[in-house]
Design a protein around this ligand. Structure first.
Ligand SMILES: [Zn+2]
Length: 454
């Protein structure tokens, strides 16, 4: 159902009842577009409604239009006056490693100063995996819920969360159970990251790990919506990922792929071959792979926070010795993905090593500077296209009639200011599923945001 053209709707009709009205928005952006994702030059379009308004009922969007139209058509027990403020869809963040122990801040200093960590400080994913294995369930849950609170006040209401820090199959399944058991206002979509990096105890025994993790897939399929595999020169090969991905698909799991982050492993082509929902990173993806993603409808999820954190601002300055090949110029690669017709999304990749930010606002700001993307492109990539990366574009990601009422009211009046004004949280109000859950930048009093099924 679409809203009728302005001026012809609602006149002479009795008023409808809404639960909540937002009126007099300085600018309301819908981020609407094709349900299979916004592509190519359509990314540069952003429908703006001046003096915009939104009606919400039963957790869904009832109407979007001008304030005059909606006040004529609806009454509601609560009205939010958004004069001088931007109103937008909330963020969908489609790639995170939410549940982990320890911190990698010492690792980061060693990286930026180009001093390698000493043995006692040995960093990397292995460090996080060991720290996670010695952290209790309760502590991992406490930390994850605190991170979800922080994401919520920064405007994220849907988050993909993957495992991947298990030192063993049992540990991977523990992390998956904890992730799937999280209960929070932020809707958490669990992913079993079957192939991340080879656990240290399995050095020289790759086939053993792949067999054990494959054997765990039936249990994982009961807990996770997705299975993820890392197709990368320092992780797993095309054939290894294909084997695990096909096993997961045969169990009804949908697929995500960490693809070509540190070199070209043909990960984009693998994601297309598996009809994956998303292929993420893609820093070294080859042009045929990007075209294959466009054909398969696999969302290309780009992670500018990782580019910043790994010192990959320009080619040739990366100090990570894992990478031998010259780094592609990322703004050009992003343009190649868009020109190929791929659905491009953005995400934090929240994790302790390569991107410890919870904020999609930071991601937007970095995407503009590091990837040279325009404001409309960035908004579309963080909303509807991000929802498409989680197969949720029919339900959320834009302000359209019938969708989940996941809405942000900002402290600034225009969408470009969110991207230009870096470094502080500009979200004032968060509405999730029709409920006001953040007010004046803080979690609303009495709002039961958190818990666990454990
Ligand atoms: Zn990741």
């Amino acid at each position: 159902m679409e809203l009728a053209p302005a001026g012809t709707v609602f006149s002479g009709m009795p008023k409808g009842n809404a639960d909540l009205l937002i009126v007099h928005a300085a600018e309301l952006i819908r981020c609407s577009g094709a349900r299979d994702g916004i592509r190519r030059s359509d990314l540069e379009r952003l429908e703006l409604i001046a003096d915009g308004a939104l009606a919400i009922g039963s957790g869904r969007i009832l109407a979007v239009g001008s304030t005059e139209e909606l006040l004529r058509a609806y009454t509601a027990p609560r009205i939010i006056h958004a004069s001088g403020r931007l109103v937008s869809p909330s963020f969908v963040d489609p790639h995170s490693h939410l549940v982990f122990g320890g911190s990698r801040h010492l690792d980061y200093e060693a990286k930026v100063t180009q001093r390698r960590p000493g043995r006692a400080l040995a960093g990397g994913i292995g460090f996080t995996a060991r720290a996670t294995s010695t952290t209790s369930d309760d502590e991992l849950i406490r930390r994850a819920l605190a991170d979800l609170d922080a994401m919520l006040v920064h405007g994220t209401t849907t988050l993909e969360a993957k495992t991947g820090y298990g030192v063993s199959v049992e540990e991977e399944l523990r992390l998956l159970r904890l992730t799937a058991g999280l209960r929070h206002t932020v809707d958490v979509v669990p992913t079993f990251l079957a192939l991340h990096v080879l656990p240290e105890d399995y050095a020289g025994r790759r086939d053993r790990w792949i067999q054990e993790i494959t054997d765990a897939l039936p249990e994982a399929a009961g807990l996770a919506r997705y299975c993820d595999v890392s197709c990368d020169p320092v992780c797993f090969t095309f054939d290894e990922c294909l084997r695990v991905g096909e096993a997961a698909r045969s169990l009804g799991m949908k697929i995500r792929v960490h693809a070509d982050q540190t070199g070209d492993a043909n990960g984009a082509a693998l994601a297309a071959r598996l009809a994956a929902s998303a292929a993420d990173h893609l820093d070294y993806a080859n042009p045929p792979g990007l075209r294959a993603l466009a054909t398969s409808g696999t969302v290309a999820t780009l992670l500018p926070g990782v580019a910043l954190h790994l010192c990959e601002l320009t080619p040739g300055i990366r100090d990570d010795q894992l990478v031998a090949a010259e780094k592609p110029f990322l703004p050009m690669l992003v343009r190649q993905a868009i020109a190929a017709g791929a659905v491009v999304a953005l995400s934090t990749d929240y994790n302790p090593g390569s991107c410890p930010t919870v904020s999609m606002q930071v991601v937007m700001q970095l995407a503009a500077r590091l990837f040279r993307l325009g404001y409309a492109e960035i908004w579309n990539m963080c909303t509807l296209n991000a929802a498409r990366a989680l197969d949720l574009a029919d339900d959320r990601g834009s302000l359209e009639v019938g969708k989940r009422a996941d809405v942000l009211v900002w402290t600034v009046p225009e969408h470009g200011m969110v991207i230009n004004r870096f470094g502080s949280n500009l979200v004032d109000t968060v509405i999730a599923g029709g409920q006001v859950v953040v007010e004046a930048g803080r979690i609303a009093r009495g709002e039961p945001t958190r818990g666990t099924a454990k």
